[in-house]
Design a protein around this ligand. Structure first.
Ligand code: PLP
Length: 361
């Protein structure tokens, strides 16, 4: 099968560029840029016909397998515009994880170098869409799904990979404001041996039930417990979770059912480089609630690309509420947020290769 080369990417330019939403009116996932990247795959030719074309709807047969059997994965990353420089944060990690998800969902592997080179090409074309005011970014959504027209149950013989771009405001209305989360005991997000470690559509489909329940009770997010004993903490919505317990940072160990966040991995490394102790281990809900009550749990915060670092100010478990750090943003969350965002925006030097410049506006 032929290897892909960026110079083979076909470019079909829009006739007219769309009007841009003012940066202070950007929400999350509401606005999309002029163009998208698409690449097709089939079991005969492999990946072929890479193209950057006007953003627009797909036409798919109602019997397309993805509608019925959910063979779909995605990634989430951001491009920043800092003083006219377009920057990515650890994009190699996203394309490495895309292939881990692809493997779990029996989708084809995509060369990570080509994935990054083709994303850079799309970003060069769309660079005027990267917002520059504080807290804004261009949210990047790579995704891959089965396009095969069949109701037969088997691995896709035809697949499409795409990248769409969405100028976005801050994920939550105010950065670093504490959020309230609801500990879900009835439903679970994932089990070991399942797809929890893959970034797949189905994990989200299964999570709305818990999310709606939390929302109805006035909670912004769901805290998921392990799928077997419903005892150990896994993660929150689309974030991994950290606890500061007696001065030590603790986060649930990756166990196959937790999504291995790139923000999580980065936060662990930055905390360790700053001389902090980080433990990756089991944390039971009893340990956590007991620690909130006796004051040993000093802070809780979530980490993820979309929400960056989000302090948790209150937990609800069964009928009881547990307030953390007086519902205030603690110094641990503040410091790691400041360090991480400074590296993402190229204002501070981070570990080698974390901040990747794409082009200048
Ligand atoms: C994407 C995601 C995260 C966060 O991962 P990052 O790489 O840090 O953005 C956490 N949990 C779930 C379920 C996710 O889908």
């Amino acid at each position: 099968m032929a290897t892909l080369d960026v110079k083979d990417i076909r470019f079909e330019k829009v006739a007219q560029t769309k009007e841009k939403t003012p940066e202070d009116k950007l929400g999350f996932g509401a606005v999309y840029t002029d163009h998208m990247l698409l690449i097709d795959w089939d079991d005969q030719e492999g990946w072929h016909d890479p193209r950057i074309v006007p953003y627009g709807p797909f036409s798919l047969d109602p019997a397309t397998a993805v509608f019925h059997y959910g063979q779909a994965i995605f990634e989430g990353m951001k491009a920043y515009n800092e003083n006219g420089k377009i920057l990515l944060f650890r994009p190699d990690c996203n394309f490495e994880r895309l292939n881990i998800s692809a493997d779990r969902l029996s989708l084809p592997d995509l060369d990570p170098e080509f994935a990054l080179a083709s994303l850079k090409k799309l970003l060069e074309i769309e660079k005027s869409w990267v917002p520059s005011s504080a807290g804004t970014s261009l949210y990047i959504r790579p995704f891959m799904f089965s396009t095969e027209k069949t109701l037969a149950v088997h691995t896709a013989k035809t697949v499409t990979y795409g990248v769409i771009l969405s100028p976005s405001g801050a994920y939550f209305s105010s950065d670093l404001a504490p959020t309230k989360i609801y500990v879900e005991e009835e439903y679970v997000r994932a089990v070991r041996g399942g797809m929890g470690y893959a970034k797949t559509a189905g994990n989200y489909a299964g999570s709305y039930k818990g999310q709606d329940k939390a929302a109805a009770l006035g909670y912004a997010q769901t805290l998921w417990l392990d799928g077997v004993e419903r005892k150990y903490i896994e993660e929150v919505g689309a974030m991994n979770i950290f606890f500061k317990i007696n001065g030590t940072y603790v986060t649930p160990a990756l166990n196959g059912s937790i999504l291995p966040g790139i923000t999580r991995r980065s936060v662990i490394q930055l905390l360790e480089e700053a001389g902090e102790t980080v433990e990756e281990r089991h944390v039971s809900i009893e340990e956590l609630l007991g620690g909130i009550e006796d004051g040993s749990v000093e802070e809780i915060f979530g980490t993820g690309t979309a929400a960056v670092v989000t302090p948790v100010g209150e937990l609800a478990y069964r009928d009881k509420k547990y307030v953390v750090n007086d519902f205030k943003t603690g110094p641990g969350a503040r410091n790691i947020y400041d360090r991480l965002t400074a590296i993402q925006l190229g204002k501070e030097e981070g570990p080698q290769g974390w901040s990747v410049e794409v082009c200048k506006v």
